[in-house]
Design a protein around this ligand. Structure first.
Ligand code: ZN
Length: 58
């Protein structure tokens, strides 16, 4: 099982970014870095909670 996060699921339909990782923590880490570098978004606890809610297991 792996954990997958996509920007589409996070509410950014124009961004093709997706990450698949072995653990939820690793997926969150990569997605957080992407949010900061690609979208200039600050990863607040609210954003982290939202992203966690859209993680899919694949
Ligand atoms: Zn993105």
């Amino acid at each position: 099982m792996a954990y997958k996060i996509t920007c589409k699921d996070a509410g950014i339909p124009t961004c093709p970014f997706e990450v698949t990782a072995e653990t939820e923590d690793e997926a969150m880490k990569v997605a957080s870095q992407h949010a900061q570098s690609a979208h200039n978004m600050k990863v607040t606890p609210e954003l982290a909670a939202k992203v966690k809610s859209i993680i899919k297991t694949v």
